[in-house]
Design a protein around this ligand. Sequence first.
Ligand code: ATP
Length: 238
Amino acid sequence: MNIGLLGGTFDPIHHGHFALAKAARDRFELSRVYFVPANVPPHKQWQFVSSYCHRYAMVALATTGEKAFVPSLLEAPEAAGSSSLPGKTRKSETSIGAANYSIDTLRRLKAQLKKSDRLFFLIGIDAFKDIAKWRESEALLRECEFVVASRPGYSLADIASFLPESLRPAAAVTKPFSKQAAIGDLAISGVTIHLLEDVHQNVSATAIRQAVVAKRPLVKFVSPAVSEYIKKMELYRE
Ligand code: ATP
C-alpha cells in the first residue's frame, strides 16, 4: 500500500493543503494520506498558534468525505489535558509540551506499517527550503520518499541546494532541476525526492487568519465546515 504523510500546523487547514494531498494521491496512487497536525511545531514554538484541539478538529472536519484522507493523532499532546481543550484561542498554547520532530513521527508511523508499504512524506517547497535545519535532516530524508510540491511564490528549480550539505549533489546532477520548470525525480545516495509541479493554490493559513480579522469571506480558502467552525469558535479574531 502507498501511504502519504502530510504534517503541518494546519492553523487552519485550507485548500492549499488539499491541493498538495490530492496531487500526491493521484500521482503516487496513495491509498491513505495522514494529515498530522503538530502539537508544537518546532519552527513556531514562540509564535501564537491555536490550540491543538482546534486545529485537529478542523483537520477532521475538512477530511470528512475524502476516503483516503485520514486525520492523525501522531503528534497529539501526550496528555491532552485541559490546556488543549477547545474553547477560546489561547496565547502561548504551543509552549505546552515538547516540540514535535518529523523524524520521530516518521519512525513511529513506519513502525506501524507493513514492510511492503511505501511511505511518502509530503511537503511544500516553502517548508522544504529549510529541511537542512530540521532535526536529523539527513536521516529524515533517507527514512522514506519525499514529495515536494510547488507553491505560488516559490521555485522548485533550486531544490537540490536546500539539501543538507552532506547530500548536496554536484551541479551536473542537478542541472535538469535548475530549469525554470523543474520536473521529475531526484535520486541521490539513498534519498528520493519527487517533484510535484502542478500545485498552484495561492492560499496560506496566514492569509486566512488575516481575512478573519478583516471580516472577509473564507469560502475561497477553506471548506464550508471549517469556515463554520472558525466562526463558531471565534478563532483568529485578534
Ligand atoms: P502559515 O501561513 O501559518 O505559515 P501554511 O499555510 O504554510 O501556514 P502549514 O500548515 O504550515 O500551512 O503547512 C503545512 C504543509 O503544507 C507545509 O509542507 C507547506 O509547505 C504545505 N502547504 C501549505 N500551503 C500550501 C500551498 N498553498 N501550496 C502547497 N503547499 C502548501
